[in-house]
Design a protein around this ligand. Sequence first.
Ligand SMILES: [Zn+2]
Length: 377
Amino acid sequence: MRKSITPNQIKQNNKNLIYLYILNHPGVSQQDIAYDLRLSRPTVTTNLNELESVGMITKSGQLDTELVGRKANAYSAVPDYRVSIGVDIHSKELKLITVNLLGEYSERVVHSINYKNTDSYRKKVCEIVNGYIAGQGLKSEQILGIGIAMPGLVSPDGSEITYGKILDCTGLSIDGFSKYLNYPCRFFHDSESAAVSELWVSPELKDAMYIQIGIHLGAAMIMNRKIMSGMHGHNATIEHIFMGNNNKRCYCGRIGCAETLCALPSLCGEEPVHEFFGRLRSGDKNASKQFDNYLKDLAKIINSISLMYDKDFIIGGFIAPYLQESDMDKLHKYVQELNPFDDEGRFIFISRMPKHNITIGAALPYITEFLNRDEIE
Ligand SMILES: [Zn+2]
């Protein structure tokens, strides 16, 4: 039997089309909307009135027309009609950001608070989140949801931490937070949130291995613009690939994991990253040697992965803002020395979104889901 489309579905579809068109073309005229979407003027007028009455779009000035003396209204979407909140939980900090429907973000707020696997900690975090929302002047109906990024693996529905050895929070349920927050809430694995941000700012990106280098090492495998989660939810956990017995113990309990070679502490120890790179860029020989050894270790892991996933590699995380193209050239050379192929062109790139990527990436899924709804409203 053929499926049929109801008049209501057509009506909703037109409304969505017009809304998304305006969102992507701020300051557009009614005439251009009708022409570009091949819709009748009355259809566009009706929808513009509806969208404006609920506050999704607004008149944003006047445009000249071909008719002398006649002006047309310009329409733009209201980016804050809906927003989402990104929360990034660390062992010593809590970071918050608001993201609107255009992916624009507020100034990020950081609170010093030590992680504890207790109800009073979670209550305190939620008090901070609620205070933050009130402080931003946001109304509850504006908020699509709160994405909480954690350094741990997360169940596919975002309701539970399935592996959380870094914060010792394996088994933690989202209810522990959502009972104090009057909004939809979901956990996200922090590396995946970082990759989500990268996808948002890179519309042409299709397949890549995203490597997140911070206090810990992490990764996300991007395939056809989707992040692969795997059968057991631990796809791309490259941090636990065995790299040889180096007598360094990983937080997972095993020795010689990539985490012990390529996370930031193995590059700069206790030294703050900016100080390390300050020394490096001013020509300090020790820093130069340390960095070179680090790049060689990183090349080993990139080479191993590239033999199985022959795609671009993106280096993100705390390290990214300090990296230069010449570092990537060197890293690429070290990778090439390890494999038998003479591939043309560089395939290792610095993240395009080195700042706040995890916090923003925790908020973005609510935005993309909203914009992909059958009924955007
Ligand atoms: Zn490990």
